[in-house]
Design a binder for this molecule. Structure first.
Ligand code: PBG
Length: 323
């Protein structure tokens, strides 16, 4: 017999479950990353990321019309140039691959928000996120100047939000100044403030051809062991003028998402990165996990941890599931 005055859990019928749900994933929360490859008529499957493609700018109208029709509010662009060099010059060319893509998207779907990733790693022949000194180390201060140029060229091409992902010190401030000086005071900066040196970026580096030719990114990306350091990084970026903070990757760092959500009043974005995507796709492809359920559970977890918005390669799939 169940003891008389012992409390019982709320029995949740379908309707009650809906009413007591604490976390809601909305299509409005989603940002879809796109890889843009210089050239024409390109739609190239990314082998390490099933169902994701590299598109050339001319192929984008069809893609973004579909994204807009799913009511996904924003895309995040990564460029893959034909030519790479020591200084990542292609990244700030007026008609560079991302600049072309922004124009193409704005001509097709003007209301779709375009966020552009600002980093050098896809544009340098050595694959690092900055300019190297004679010893082959990334020179923080020399890199800043290039980053400001990239950000400004994105803004001129029509980008709505600038998202620096390089993790150099002082980049938010220098980009803010560069934008303000050229009349782009209203363009927000979404800072990859808390970016861990993560092996979960593996498939992305394959997709974007941005694997460092030597060494690793541990000198500028964060140690997975640290969370107080995340608070310091977020504080610096906020003081320099970041409008939105980001934690990346998401799933192995949900405690960090929670801390940043509690400690800062800036909007918070979390990036479910390529490795998180490919892991789910690989297991689902073998029938080891139920893909749709796991996608929703993983995104719900990120939202529950405190993220206001989520960058995810599952965005189109989720948008269909949420309909
Ligand atoms: C750097 C950048 C990376 C990602 C986003 N911006 C790669 C890196 O730091 O090596 C990774 C995103 C993902 O894995 O999905 N431009």
């Amino acid at each position: 017999m169940f003891p008389e005055n012992r409390p019982r859990r709320l029995r949740q019928t379908e309707t009650i479950r809906k009413m007591v749900k604490e976390t809601h994933v909305l299509v409005d929360d989603l940002i879809y990353p796109l890889f843009i490859k210089e050239g024409r008529s390109i739609k190239e499957p990314i082998s390490s990321m099933p169902d994701q493609f590299r598109y050339s700018p001319d192929m984008l109208p069809k893609v973004v019309k579909e994204i807009a029709s799913l009511k996904i509010p924003a895309v995040l662009l990564f460029g893959i140039p034909k030519k790479k060099d020591k200084f990542g010059t292609e990244a700030h060319k007026k008609d560079g691959v991302v600049q072309q893509a922004i124009k193409m998207i704005k001509d097709t779907t003007p209301d779709l928000l375009v966020i552009t990733d600002v980093c050098m790693c896809e544009y340098t022949d050595h694959g690092h996120c900055g300019v190297l000194d004679e010893d082959g180390n990334v020179s923080n201060d020399d890199t800043l100047e290039v980053l400001a140029k990239i950000a400004l060229s994105h803004a001129k091409a029509g980008s709505d939000i600038i998202a620096p992902s390089d993790m150099m010190d002082g980049r938010v401030g220098i980009i803010r100044d560069a934008l303000d000086d050229s009349g782009f005071e209203n363009i927000p900066i979404m800072s990859y403030a808390i970016k861990y040196a993560s092996a979960f970026y593996g498939p992305f580096r394959d997709a974007a051809g941005s694997k460092p030719a030597f060494g690793n990114r541990k000198s500028y990306q964060m140690d997975p062991a640290n969370v107080r350091e995340a608070l310091r990084e977020a504080t610096l970026d906020m003081e320099e003028g970041a409008d939105i903070l980001m934690v990346k990757p998401a799933m192995p760092y949900l405690d960090v998402v929670r801390v940043i959500a509690d400690e800062f009043d800036l909007p918070l974005c979390a990036y479910q990165v390529s490795g998180e995507y490919s892991m789910i796709k690989a297991a689902a492809g073998r029938g080891w996990l139920d893909e749709d359920t796991v996608i929703m559970e993983s995104i719900t977890g990120i939202k529950r941890a405190g993220a206001d918005m989520i960058i995810t390669y599952f965005a189109p799939k989720l948008a269909k599931m949420l309909k």
